[in-house]
Design a protein around this ligand. Sequence first.
Ligand code: FES
Ligand SMILES: [Fe+2]
Length: 478
Amino acid sequence: MADRDPGVMTGQSGGTARSPGIGWNDLMALDSRPAPACLTEESYEFRGSQPIKAERYTSEAFAQAEREKMWPHVWQFAAREEDMPEPGDYVVYENAGRSYLFSRQADGSVKAYHNVCLHRGRKLRTEDGSADSFTCPFHGFSWNKDGSFAGMPCQWDFAHLTPDKMALPEAEVGRWAGYIFVREESGGPTLEEFLAPLPDHFKRWRHEECTTVIWVAKEVPANWKVTAEAFMEAWHTIVTHPQLLAFTGDCNAAYRTWGDNVNVNLVPFGIMSPHVDPEGKTQQWIVDEFVKFNGRSADNYDGEAGIDPFAVTVPEGVTARAALGTAMRNGYTAQSGYDHEDATDAELLDGLVYNVFPNFAPWGGFMPNIVYRWRPGKTPDTCLMEVRILARGKKGEPLPHGVPMTLLGPDEPWTTAAEIGVLGDVFEQDMANLPFVQDGLHCSKNGLVNFADYQEIRIRQFHQTLDKYLDGELGGRA
Ligand code: FES
Ligand SMILES: [Fe+2]
């Protein structure tokens, strides 16, 4: 589509430059345990250096094209199993102009209906709950939890609406590792094909053993892609999050992409950024800075306020990464009852930030995992960003019910949600940019946005996949 092609091409031989300093795979070779293949196998493909158009983030016509040609055809992360564990439990999930009602069936399966009354269109449910039938609050049309029609008042006036015409329209449901997905239009890849190679990588980290312990959402005054992309690269740490540099290998991070849908940013913690002057800095200094930063959130995770399990003393000849890895290995084993003996330091410590097209980002590893989701707002200039923290349940015990979502308005900072601890400060630093990115994109004179060849490869892959939907190559609607 010409209106999305700025027609500017630069060299095709880029993408080979890497940051000076220790590389990700060098770190994996130094790990106290053998690193699994999913952390060491390179998967980078140069995808061009051309700019993209700023209007992708600002135009209502572009947002409309996304609603028509992309969203109905992708598998969307809609809910977690622990949000609706019992038969009759239901969850409302809304995105991109659609509303779905997920209902747990008697046999444990999950169905998803379009959450709109077939009489005059009221939403059937606006909040999550538990029920064996759904009766519309307007005139009382009613459906069973299997989606079949249960009847209406004044049936004598509706001879034309027979039960066989009145089943709620369904959407496809897919389930993986405790995540429940929806796809509006059937056809296309199975969920497993769509997610590949994610299920293979996450076999080690087993998110099906985890439950949502923190869930905070915030309305952000920026496009959903602007907001998501702020979490797709680590190198803005230098300027936006300088307090992390003492223990973050921002430019040592690895970036990998697979096919159309999946990518990862592997960010090492427990090493100094190449941007920190190493003069006089010890391995203990790295740990001390990490603990100083992380103390509050560690309290959240182990429930023992005031005690930081990772405040370790680094023995002579041991790296900060190895010392922190040992502390976390022991801490998570004691906490969950699951053996973490084979867990690498990287899987206990680092940011293994996966993204699945278009808006689902689960972190890998054995620590409490962050899961991001971004949904477009009513205009291209707003979105909803959600942050869940999944924690492993106790071995042999049923998983606790997930916590409900805390919703922050546009004027409420992330730090309002005390439960996300120090993440609130970090996200507020991101929020200090995003409204001005959105404004800047509207103001841009050349109307173009540029990307780094390596550290922003995930963003480029994202836009190339989005174009495949908008052009009809994927999703089947040109
Ligand atoms: S709109 Fe639902 S019963 Fe009338
Ligand atoms: Fe950030």
